[in-house]
Structure formats: structure tokens, C-alpha cells
Design a protein around this ligand. Structure first.
Ligand code: 13P
Length: 251
């Protein structure tokens, strides 16, 4: 069965109490009784409880942008999945390319963070994607399969509970979107890999596309057979743009 589409906003390190309030109020009002797709806002950690209060009873879920691989202890600066869960957080982005690039996260770290999320009932949004150099060297398929294989290896059949986001690194924040055909080709590879690991559950695992998705290109990307939603950076900070993407997914 085809899953409900999921539109996730990744605010990255943006926002303020005042800006978040204006944005979330506009989104809550705009989403209204729409209900045609799932929506999640991944806010910076200090604002999670603010966004949780603002979205209460709205149908919009809250997500973290990262989660610790550990359960508790001497890990200064980290937040555990149990802590996030206590604040009503439902999703956690795991292995975003910015975490891989600037914080040295390896495929093994990402797999462990996925396991830590699942252990406390958070839905991990596991990010995979190739760099421009890797694409130009013809390694796209090999790279995304290796990244996802590490997560499958550690999480086994629990893989049916994850969300996967394909985010080509060269498309993030650059205005260069993968064409719908390019994105679909990679999504089909990921779907086949999930099918191998989770057989009949694979069709229900949501595969999001991320990388310069915006109000103008969302509909065409979301129309691809293996694109089940989007992970949106820049355009998720503008209420009108994000609402247009949500509307495209709800159609
Ligand atoms: P942009 O939508 O700003 O390209 O960011 C994509 C992204 O990295 C979402 O996680």
C-alpha cells in the first residue's frame, strides 16, 4: 500500500522565539483541517518545546535535527532519544550530510543513531546522498546503497519503521534540484534495497527527496512513483512556500 506523503521542514540553525511563533502560527492556520499528508517541523533543540506547544492539537508533528547514539551519560552537548520523546518529539533527522561533513558522522554512527531513535519510539529520518564529485565519478548508486546498508545491517527488520531521505549533497541549498527523473532513479534503487531487507514492508517505507525542493518544483517531484514526500530546508522557513509544498503533497 502506498504510504501517506510526509513533508518535513528542516529549519537547520535558523529561527528565534519571535520568528518561530509567526511561522508556526501561520502553518497551523494554513494546514487547518487539510489532513492530506503528514507534516513535521524539525526545529533547533532549544525551540523544540516552543514548537511543541504551538503545534499542540494541530496535527503537525515535531522533529529533532539530530539525536545521540547513546542512551545517557557523559556525552556533553548531546540529547538522547528518551529526552526528546519526553518533550513530545516524534521524529529525528539522522545522518544529515551537514552532520556527516562537519561533525564526522560515519555510516556506523548514523546506524547507531537510527537504533537509538527506534529504541524510544522516535521515527528516524535517515539521510543518504552523494556529493557532486561522487555523482560525476558515476558512484551515486554505490554511495547511497552503502549508506543505507549500514543502517539496515544494524537495525534488521526494524527498518520498516524508518523514513529515508535522499538528499544529493550538490542539491542542498544550491538551488540545483535533482530532476524528477534523477531523483526517481535513486529512489527506485533505495526501494529495491529496502525490499530486499524488509520484503512486503518496503512499499510502506517513506522515501523523501530533499535538496532545493520548493513551491515551484515540489509537485513534479512528488508525482514520481517512489517519492513519498520531501525534506525541505530553505523553503520550510517561509510559511507561504512551505504551505504550497504541503498542498502539492496533499493532492
Ligand atoms: P534546502 O531545501 O535548503 O536545499 O535544504 C535541503 C536539506 O538539506 C533539508 O534537510
Amino acid at each position: 500500500m502506498k504510504p501517506r506523503k510526509l513533508i518535513a521542514g528542516n529549519w537547520k540553525m535558523n529561527g528565534s522565539l519571535a520568528a518561530n511563533e509567526a511561522l508556526v502560527r501561520a502553518l497551523v492556520q494554513g494546514v487547518g483541517a487539510e489532513g492530506g499528508c503528514d507534516v513535521v517541523l524539525c526545529a533547533p533543540a532549544p525551540y523544540l518545546s516552543q514548537v511543541q506547544s504551538l503545534t499542540a492539537n494541530s496535527g503537525i508533528a515535531v522533529g529533532a535535527q539530530d539525536v545521540s547514539a547513546h542512551a545517557q551519560g557523559a556525552y556533553t552537548g548531546e540529547q538522547s532519544s528518551a529526552m526528546l520523546k519526553e518533550f513530545g518529539v516524534r521524529y529525528a533527522i539522522v545522518g544529515h550530510s551537514e552532520r556527516r561533513q562537519y561533525h564526522g558522522e560515519t555510516d556506523e554512527t548514523v546506524a547507531a543513531k537510527t537504533a537509538a531513535s527506534l529504541a524510544n519510539g522516535l521515527t528516524p529520518i535517515v539521510c543518504v546522498g552523494e556529493t557532486l564529485a561522487q555523482r560525476e565519478a558515476g558512484q551515486t548508486e554505490e554511495v547511497v546503497k552503502r549508506q543505507l546498508a549500514a543502517v539496515i545491517h544494524v537495525n534488521g527488520h526494524c527498518i520498516s519503521e524508518i523514513v529515508v531521505a535522499y538528499e544529493p549533497v550538490w542539491a542542498i541549498g544550491t538551488g540545483k534540484t535533482a530532476t524528477p527523473a534523477q531523483a526517481q532513479a535513486v529512489h527506485a534503487v533505495l526501494r529495491a534495497q529496502l525490499h530486499h531487507a524488509a520484503s512486503e514492508h518496503a512499499a510502506g517505507i517513506r522515501l523523501l527527496y530533499g535538496g532545493s525542493m520548493n513551491a515551484a518544483n515540489a509537485a513534479e517531484l512528488l508525482a514520481q512513483p517512489d517519492i513519498d514526500g520531501g525534506l525541505i530546508g530553505g523553503a520550510s522557513l517561509k510559511a507561504a512556500d512551505f504551505l504550497q509544498i504541503i498542498a502539492a503533497a496533499a493532492r
